[in-house]
Design a protein around this ligand. Structure first.
Ligand code: AMP
Length: 616
């Protein structure tokens, strides 16, 4: 039987949500729907955005209201116009096989007379932002005296935005007998207070721990010098060719500045902030939703209520002041059960803030290293390799050209051909990044993290900074779709080692490094004997001199075989420390690899084309 039927949802609704792809309830739906369906409880649900909250309250509302009557029976208050429209749309979708369900969206910045007309026609569910709702109440254009349910969605956001008084006034027009359901991603004292004020022994449901971000989000931070921040940011973006991200800045000016620089440098980026008109904001959001934009640069306020699935990365270009804001920012990724990464680019002085956020979230952040130019090239190369492999061929169109193409390539072996094809794009990135400097800021060893022994940055152990850890090489990496978390799990399972004892993990393109205590290294290597990954033998070897040193110790020996040289030490083609003539640091205006048209296969440089659309 369909699990939603088991939860008590009727068949016509289940049929409608099946069409939306809801096969199984999300955890919050599973736990809240049976409680809310009784209709007799106040309710507090602590849940992140993207967890399926809307259906968690929307489906019970559709079960509990009397749709033969045409007066307001439920009021849903939410912080933003975007969310208001989203909720209205969702409820309309859930109820599309029911008769006479009337939902009205009431929000500012749109014609009030249309909204009044819809209200006059008769509605059962009003979804509203507080300001416009109050306006309509003050015009005596709506009667809430028979409201049975009030939902306060994203309550913390509404309070952050200063809607406390409006909410008070609105709720004073509803009867005492109504039930109040409150949803919030975080539970600051103000939300506690309104829960106490409006509710009677509410049923409380906490998904995860309080103020905790979504478990599917990996939190990373990078330490860079202030002057290298923009270059480091771009490198992170280049290292993630399929990024679909939201970049948070603290001020409107910074937002605009970064967006403009990115656009100049050939990225598909645009800004979203409070100085834009509603129409401009809608336009930017439409482009982002449709993925014509790859990076959305936003302020906290402007990004509230953004509800776009599949955001792969949230980047904190500037850290927020409040832990709660960090939770909201990072909650824009890893929606609907997906995974996501929240990245913070900081300077060494801001480490204290990271620790504060870690404490607030109860979650450890991973210190990551800004990829080297070579890492970026490698990543981009394999991105192309994958794209070539997976590209959809238009047989009909290409067929007419095939004889000429074949003729042109007839003297090339398959291997030669592949090498040349991949090199068309690869060479450009190589060219750009050949003298790329190291952008990681030197952090005084142990000054901040000596005692923490965290996975990202290991403080010196033992005498003279020599590690008691062995650095191992493994021939699996990001091209095998491993991130740090996945690789840790894989190492623990196959190497038969506890995750707690595994040290720094450095995921590269086709290989990675990880640290294990010296005493366990041999056992891990042995345990991996005979293990294969998708038919490929997994190889573990001791890297370098056998023991790792800390970052300041340097001296990492890289795999010459994969890299064609020891770039770290400046041999081979890539000289990290060599300074060079083309620092991407102060080079906002040009010389960007994205300008090289890396992501499309047209073979034209960006200068030849006005705009690069749809990078993926
Ligand atoms: P929400 O937290 O309500 O904004 O939901 C986040 C996303 O998850 C939306 O795109 C929903 O359509 C989707 N969603 C909600 N519930 C389910 C479910 N049971 N199965 C699949 N997707 C869902």
């Amino acid at each position: 039987m369909n699990p939603f039927i088991n939860l008590g949802i009727r068949e016509d609704i289940v049929n409608a949500i099946s069409e939306l792809g809801f096969e199984n309830p999300t955890p919050i739906q599973e736990q809240s729907i049976p409680v809310l369906l009784t209709g007799s409880n106040d309710f507090v649900g602590l849940a992140q955005t993207g967890t399926g909250k809307t259906a968690a309250f929307g489906l019970p509302l559709l079960e509990l209201l009397d749709f033969e009557e045409n007066y307001p029976q439920a009021l849903v208050l939410c912080p933003t116009r975007e969310l208001c429209l989203q909720i209205t749309n969702d409820i309309n979708n859930y109820s599309k096989k029911m008769g006479n369900v009337n939902v009205v969206a009431v929000y500012g910045g749109a014609s009030i007379s249309d909204q009044l007309r819809q209200i006059r026609r008769g509605v059962q569910i009003v979804v509203a932002t507080p300001g416009r709702m109050l306006d309509i109440i003050n015009r005596k254009a709506i009667d809430f005296t028979k409201v049975k349910f009030v939902v306060l969605d994203e309550a913390d956001e509404m309070l952050n935005m200063g809607f406390q008084e409006d909410i008070d006034s609105i709720l004073s027009t509803t009867p005492d007998t109504k039930k109040t359901w409150l949803f919030s991603a975080t539970m600051p004292a103000e939300v506690r207070r309104i829960a106490k004020k409006y509710m009677n022994e509410p049923f409380e449901l906490t998904m995860g721990t309080k103020n905790t971000g979504n478990a599917n989000i990996e939190h990373e931070y990078y330490i860079v010098r202030a002057r290298d921040k923009y270059a480091a940011f771009k490198r992170i973006v280049d290292f993630n060719p399929d990024i679909f991200g939201i970049v948070f800045c603290r001020t409107k000016i910074e937002t605009q500045d970064i967006a403009e620089s990115l656009m100049k440098d050939g990225y598909n980026a645009d800004s979203l902030h409070g100085d834009l008109s509603q129409q401009q904001r809608d336009k930017v959001m439409k482009r982002y939703r449709e993925r014509n934009l790859q990076l959305l640069i936003a302020t906290d306020v402007a990004a509230r209520g953004i509800d776009v699935n599949d955001v792969t990365h949230v980047i904190n270009y500037s850290l927020p002041d409040e832990v709660e804001n960090y939770t909201h920012r990072s909650g824009r990724t890893a929606r609907a059960g997906k995974t996501g990464v929240s990245i913070s680019i900081i300077n060494a002085k801001e480490l204290g803030k990271i620790r504060q956020i870690e404490r607030g979230l109860g979650k450890k952040f991973v210190k990551a290293e800004i990829p080297t130019g070579f890492d970026v090239c490698e990543k981009q190369l394999f991105s192309i390799v994958h794209k070539i492999h997976d590209v959809e061929v238009n047989e009909q169109q290409i067929e007419q050209y095939l004889p000429r193409i074949m003729e042109e390539y007839k003297d090339l072996s398959k291997e030669d051909f592949i090498k040349r094809f991949a090199s068309i794009e690869f060479n450009r990135f190589l060219d750009y990044y050949k003298n790329a400097p190291d952008l990681n800021a030197p952090v005084e060893e142990g000054r901040y993290d000596r005692e923490r022994g965290e996975r990202g940055e290991r403080a010196p152990r033992g005498e003279g900074g020599k590690s008691e850890y062995t650095r191992l090489f493994i021939n699996l990496g990001s091209v095998d779709e491993f991130n740090r978390g996945d690789l840790l799990g894989y190492i623990c399972n196959n190497g038969k080692i506890s995750g707690r004892t595994v040290g720094k993990i450095d995921v590269k393109g086709v290989y990675s490094f990880f640290e294990v205590p010296n005493a366990e290294a041999e056992a891990v290597i042995n345990n991996f004997k005979g293990v294969d990954f998708k038919g490929r033998e997994v190889r573990i070897e001791i890297s370098g001199e056998g023991t790792s040193t800390t970052r300041s110790g340097g001296g990492e020996r890289r795999e010459g075989g994969y890299r064609g040289g020891e770039r770290r030490e400046g041999g081979g083609g890539y000289n990290r420390s060599g300074g060079g003539d083309r620092r991407d640091g102060g080079n906002r205006g040009g010389g960007n690899p994205s300008n090289a048209g890396f992501r499309d296969f047209s073979g034209k440089r960006r200068e030849d084309r006005p705009e690069r659309k749809r990078r993926f």
